[in-house]
Design a protein around this ligand. Structure first.
Ligand code: EPZ
Length: 422
């Protein structure tokens, strides 16, 4: 597999464009199943996960056309020839479960392979299934597949989630748009990707209120139309690149960045001594003075500190003055970047879901291995500030969520290159 070599090269300066949100696009694309008319998504990110979702939709009979090098995804689900999401595709990406709700709502039946866990945790889908049962679906698990039926269509109901789930909220929201009657989703996820999905569904003719709060109310309609919708900017890519000048010094403007999408994250950066200022075209980031202060972080559902930025923040804390405690409350195994950062000289002790990080003066470049999407980019960030070369292997994890990492970081002065395995 390819590797990426990063060489510590001092301060970074310049501009980095932020792409559309992977995690918004991965729910907006299956939303196209809710209508026989075409849905066109603009500002789509160019990522392997998006290509996987496209393959999945095409396996169901949809037509998906990537235009402008993948930044526009034109999806037509006029004729669905297949209602089974095959394990071969689903096992590659657990967001595949998001075709279940829309397919069920549209045609009254769907068979979807259980996604299985991934590197960061078991990641069950019980909340997705229970929510759809509340809307009248009959669920049966057979041979690793969910067989869902709603022969008389879905009907509105009150879904009260025992814990906040982004994906389960998305599945329930999409299904409810075509259910007969009113659906209320309580303890709904509040992530910006949910808000973006609601805006898109409303453009398609759905009747939705309350997105972005813990209670979303949906009045079912008979059909949805096509639409054109711009994918919201990626707050996780944004936060990731905001950490680049934080860890190296210098000043970088993240084009398209919006503070409201990363408010809790910005509060923590401020505590650590990083200044974030809003510009006409995005967010500009630099150190307030030459030291980074250790801060404590506890991940939480939006609007709290995002779990998807925990690994990246740990890279910064590894070079901060003092000791910080990072608590991961969402996933049970999201510290796989720790042994890799330790190989670079980071001093980190893990106790269950908590990591105690004692900052060191300078990390040392080393060969390290990417284990999951966000861990891989935390190693790149560490490499930007480390002495010498950091060789990151297994970078296919990176390609799932970050387009053009080498180009974007090189453009602001990083010494970084990708070597292609023979
Ligand atoms: C979404 O995953 C994101 N993925 C994840 O981003 C993100 O980390 C996560 O939300 C939390 O913000 C996409 O949007 C494609 P959850 P999702 O359901 O929906 C448990 C990345 O790096 N749970 O909010 O799968 C679950 O195990 C990825 O881009 C159940 O118990 O996350 C977890 O502990 C990684 N039963 C917690 O809830 C269920 O039925 C939150 O998971 C569903 C979830």
């Amino acid at each position: 597999m390819d590797t990426i070599v990063v060489t510590g090269n001092g301060a970074l300066n310049g501009q980095i464009p932020i792409a559309g949100a992977k995690n918004a696009c991965l729910t907006l694309m299956p939303a196209a199943l809710l209508s026989e008319d075409p849905l066109t998504l603009t500002n789509a990110p160019r990522l392997s996960d998006i290509r996987t979702m496209s393959d999945l939709l095409m396996s169901l009979g949809a037509e998906v056309t990537a235009l402008k090098d993948g930044q526009v995804q034109a999806i037509s689900c006029h004729d669905l020839s297949n209602h089974t999401a095959d394990h071969g595709i689903v096992r590659k990406m657990r967001a595949s479960i998001l075709v279940l709700g829309p397919m069920l709502a549209r045609d009254g039946h769907a068979i979807v392979s259980l996604p299985g866990g991934c590197e960061i945790g078991v990641r069950p889908v019980d909340l997705h299934l229970k929510a759809l049962e509340t809307l009248g679906a009959e669920m049966e698990l057979k041979g690793g597949y969910v067989h869902a039926k709603a022969p008389h269509g879905l009907r509105g109901g009150v879904i009260d989630f025992p814990l906040v789930s982004v994906g389960a909220t998305e599945n329930a929201l999409m299904a409810a748009t075509l259910a007969k009657g009113t659906t209320v989703i309580k303890n709904a996820a509040r992530e910006p990707e949910i808000v973006d999905l609601a805006i898109c569904l409303r453009r398609m003719g759905a009747q939705i209120e309350g997105e972005g709060t813990s209670t979303i109310t949906i009045q079912g309609v008979d059909r949805l139309n096509g639409a054109t919708h711009p994918v919201v900017v990626d707050r996780i890519e944004l936060g990731t690149y905001m950490l680049a000048p934080a860890i190296t010094g210098g000043e970088v403007e993240c084009l398209g960045g919006r503070r409201d999408l990363v408010a809790a994250f910005c509060d923590k950066l401020d505590e650590a001594g990083i200044e974030v200022s809003e510009t006409e075209t995005g967010l500009s980031v630099r150190r307030r003075d030459n030291c980074i202060r250790a801060v404590d972080v506890s991940t939480a559902p939006f609007p709290g500190f995002p779990t998807d930025l925990q690994a990246q923040m740990m890279a910064l804390m590894a070079t901060a003055e003092g000791t910080s405690v990072l608590e991961e409350t969402i996933f049970e195994n999201r510290f796989m970047h720790v042994p890799e950062l330790s190989r670079m000289g980071a001093e980190i002790e893990v106790h269950g879901g908590t990591a105690k990080v004692t900052g060191v003066n300078r990390l040392k470049g080393a060969p390290v291995e990417a284990t999951d999407l966000r861990a891989s980019v935390s190693l790149i960030l560490a490499g930007l500030a480390a002495e010498g070369d950091t060789i990151v292997s297994e970078v296919q994890h990176l390609d799932r969520g970050y387009e053009q990492v080498v180009e974007k970081l090189s453009a602001v002065g990083a010494k970084i290159e990708r070597t292609h395995a023979q």
